[in-house]
Design a protein around this ligand. Structure first.
Ligand code: 13P
Length: 254
């Protein structure tokens, strides 16, 4: 299958330059499995991207937390995909639920963003996930399938996409999805890719889990067959992020 484990750290809207330097030096000193076992990507706020890119060890990579839906120009406050490429930023997180919910990003808008970012040469961590209300009403799979479809409608090169399943009710709440709950949705997403894109894309696309992942729960989650890594929020600002990276070893011995 060849799905290299993927661990992303989403720093969200956190940090001062001093704090950022401290996190980077902790990461730089860490002993972690090699790049063929785990791909590590950290995502600082835009303003710290050059600093982190310059100081971070070369086997770890950086991601922006968003970029504009089309070519830059008269869009005050936005950052374009071209600018990220110009700074050699390889990855971008798109469709995070905090942007979908608070800033009203629709499925279609996220699909357009993913396609444009890829067309400019970026790789994308594309986020999907249901709210608590949607889970309780039994529509989880329909919701994540519709979010994935809006991306699939616009994307042809799936080698540039990692899907992050992040149930909204698990983000920042300390209420992690159980390994069985996460595995169920990951397996359904893979089935969806198989039925609607191709068997090859279904087998090779990494589907990572996000939502209250920490040093204590990461190994059990990593042991699930369709969980190919994590997108970590709060714990990515702490030294335990290194333990989460090391959870990749679970896959190696599986
Ligand atoms: P937490 O790990 O803080 O729950 O955040 C998850 C997340 O939103 C990552 O993108």
């Amino acid at each position: 299958m060849g799905r290299t484990f993927f661990v992303g750290g989403n720093w969200k809207c956190n940090g001062t330059s001093e704090e950022v330097k401290k996190i980077v030096s902790t990461l730089n000193a860490a002993q972690v499995p090699s790049q063929d076992v785990v791909e590590v990507v950290v995502s600082p706020p835009f303003v710290f991207l050059p600093l982190v890119k310059n100081e971070l060890r070369p086997d770890f990579h950086v991601a922006a937390q968003n970029c504009w839906v089309k070519k830059g120009g008269a869009f005050t406050g936005e950052v374009s995909a071209e600018m990220l490429v110009n700074l050699s930023i390889p990855w971008v997180i798109l469709g995070h639920s905090e942007r979908r919910a608070i800033l009203g990003e629709s499925n279609e808008f996220v699909g357009d963003k993913v396609a444009y970012a890829i067309s400019q040469g970026l790789k994308v961590i594309a986020c999907v996930g249901e709210t608590l209300e949607q889970r309780e009403s039994g529509s989880t799979i329909d919701v994540v399938a519709a979010q994935t479809k809006a991306i699939a409608d616009k994307v042809t090169d799936w080698s540039k996409v990692v899907i992050a399943y992040e149930p909204v009710w698990a983000i920042g709440t300390g209420k992690v999805a159980s390994p069985a709950q996460a595995q169920e949705v990951h397996a359904e997403l893979r089935k969806w890719l198989q039925a609607n894109v191709s068997a090859e894309v279904a087998a090779s696309t990494r589907i990572i889990y996000g939502g209250s992942v920490n040093g204590a729960n990461c190994k059990e989650l990593a042991g699930q067959p369709d969980i190919d890594g994590f997108l970590v929020g709060g714990a990515s600002l702490k030294p335990e992020f290194i333990d989460i990276i090391k959870a990749a070893e679970v896959k190696k011995s599986a």
